[in-house]
Design a protein around this ligand. Structure first.
Ligand code: NAD
Length: 434
């Protein structure tokens, strides 16, 4: 099938590449000309495992191309996916200007007698589909035929290619059988269960799912605080809870809390949406409160141990918002670094993929960027693990200890084997661990 993605970011690019991989003919459009020329020159603007090969192979096979023209995109695709940002506004509501702008641009490019399915893949508040349809109707020429569909995306950065190639489920919110049949044909090669719903329900599924995952994270973080007060071990509590199939072990890892470009904004948005609908979702306010408290509590532990932070050099392992990505948007690790810098600390930081993007945010003052994680340990008063990259577990911790002024480790992700670190002579402080 001929498919267009408007918005070639984390979602648009990976989705476009995966659609091409199963045989569709895909055009990825973006109004960021630099991004499109980077892609046209064979370079990939983001890091995502497996993405580079996927893009290169499908471009070479003639199934994947890039353009900065919406007009070109609307001419190419029988189905046009919208995958543009939906950032938060100051009051927590979603800024829908990107969605509105794209809906309008598409409308102005539609031609009478050319049926198009316009699919919203961005995460949007319930009832956005109705507004997108109204907008397109308002700005398109007479006689243009189209349907609007909601198809929320559930990929996780860091394993986006795998999530898209083997999805748990596909959600298609549609009022039109013709559009639903086309959407089913697009997803047929993925062999995933398909849930067809009305548009409002599809939009709600995304916010409900992300909120529930955030709730699980805050739940275990609240348990971690109780474990610390009681001298128990949150890992063991999570294993014991998670073994129950009704609960499941996933998303029960205590730590610095959730960050990234999705959870914080989606939870805020859902709180706002529920209030606007007159049914306040107060439970989610508590989820947010627990989450923001995690970093406060962790910083307090650092201060309790090191006392004054001013002019002390600290090492930070991990800057991306999670492992296996270069994305630092709303990264808790970046916020941690900023708060340490505000206290006057000097930082030595590393990340396997996110150093360049972190440098653009943290700047050069009082931060030393280390390609080699071992260099982070050079004459530091403590090391803080902030992102759960597996390779940090396998560092030569025994040897690295001698480079430090004091062998203190703050493990913000409970990644490290605390028993062996203590045997090596480290002072280890985790989250909810004894
Ligand atoms: P992103 O910022 O990585 O990419 C969005 C792209 O849209 C950018 O490249 C931007 O230049 C482009 N764009 C903006 N306006 C445009 C326009 N008028 N025409 C063409 N291109 C335009 O964002 P993302 O992370 O891919 O997220 C996109 C949407 O998907 C958001 O609603 C997000 O909440 C949702 N989502 C994201 C993830 C994730 O893990 N990143 C997962 C599921 C859903």
């Amino acid at each position: 099938m001929k498919i267009t993605l408007i918005g070639t970011g984390y979602v648009g690019l990976v989705t476009g590449a995966c659609f091409a991989e199963v045989g569709h003919h895909v055009l990825c459009v973006d109004n960021d000309r630099e991004k499109i020329s980077t892609l046209k020159s064979g370079r990939i603007p983001i890091y995502e495992p497996g993405l580079e090969d996927l893009v290169k192979n499908n471009v070479a096979a003639g199934r994947l191309a890039f353009s900065d023209s919406t007009q070109h995109g609307v001419e190419h695709g029988d189905v046009i996916f919208i995958a543009v940002p939906t950032p938060p506004q100051a009051d927590g509501s979603v800024d829908l200007t990107y969605i509105e702008a794209v809906a309008r641009e598409i409308a102005q490019c539609l031609r009478p007698g050319q049926y198009r399915v316009i699919v919203d893949k961005s995460t949007v508040p319930v009832k956005t589909g109705e507004k997108v349809a109204e907008t397109i109707k308002r700005y398109c020429s007479k006689g243009c035929e189209f349907d609007v569909v909601s198809n929320p995306e559930f990929l996780r950065e860091g394993c986006a290619v795998a999530d898209l190639m083997q999805p748990d489920r596909i959600v298609i919110g549609s009022r039109s059988q013709r559009a639903t049949d086309i959407m089913k044909a697009i997803y047929e090669p993925f062999h995933a269960p398909i849930y067809t719903t009305d548009i409002n329900s599809a939009e709600l599924i995304k916010h409900a799912a992300n909120s529930f995952l955030a709730l699980k994270i805050s739940y275990i973080n609240a348990i971690a605080a109780i474990c610390e007060a009681a001298g128990a071990n949150v890992d063991e509590v999570a294993d014991g809870m998670g073994a129950d199939k009704r609960i499941g072990r996933a998303f029960l890892n205590a730590g610095l809390g959730y960050g990234g470009s999705c959870f914080p904004k989606d939870i805020k948005a859902f709180i706002h949406i529920s209030e606007e609908l007159g049914v306040p979702f107060n439970l989610l306010k508590e989820v947010e409160k627990i989450n923001s408290g995690q970093l406060d509590r962790f910083l307090q532990k650092i201060k309790n141990k090191l006392w004054v932070l001013k002019n002390k050099t600290l090492g930070v392992l991990g800057l991306a918002f999670k492992c296996d990505t270069d994305d630092v948007r709303c990264s808790v690790s970046i916020e941690l670094c900023q708060r340490l810098l505000n206290e006057g600390a000097l930082l030595r930081v590393t990340d396997p993929r996110a150093l360049a993007k972190a440098r653009a945010v943290l700047g050069e003052v009082n931060v030393t960027y280390c390609e080699n994680p071992a260099d982070v340990f050079e004459k530091v008063e403590a090391v803080i693990l902030a992102t759960e990259w597996k390779q940090f577990r396998n560092l030569p911790w025994r040897d690295l200890k001698d480079k430090m002024i004091a062998p203190i480790v703050f493990d913000g992700r409970n990644l490290l084997d605390y028993k062996s670190l203590r045997d090596m002579g480290y002072d280890y402080i985790g989250v909810g661990r004894p």
